[in-house]
Design a protein around this ligand. Sequence first.
Ligand code: FES
Length: 97
Amino acid sequence: MSPPPVRLLVCVGPRCDAEGKGRTLLASVETCFAQTFPMELAAARLSIATRDCLRLCTRDPVVRFEPSGDALSNPSLDELLRLTRAALAEQDLALSR
Ligand code: FES
């Protein structure tokens, strides 16, 4: 059985996007990830989706990773890149077993 894809759920719900921050983060993530992970995105090993509320509301945009369930409030792109690389490495490991 193949390991589950890595998904980033970017919340654009009413709290996260109150000042447009959720959609701003989403646009930054999409641009950055398209440049950094083009093959993983094309192979559907990695995807980015939006949610209307992750029930983790703070005053800042929230991103949750699947399958790990890790959630971050107002993450930097560097944090998201680091966690995504780690998740893809785990996926590689599972694929090699
Ligand atoms: S509106 Fe984003 S977690 Fe609730």
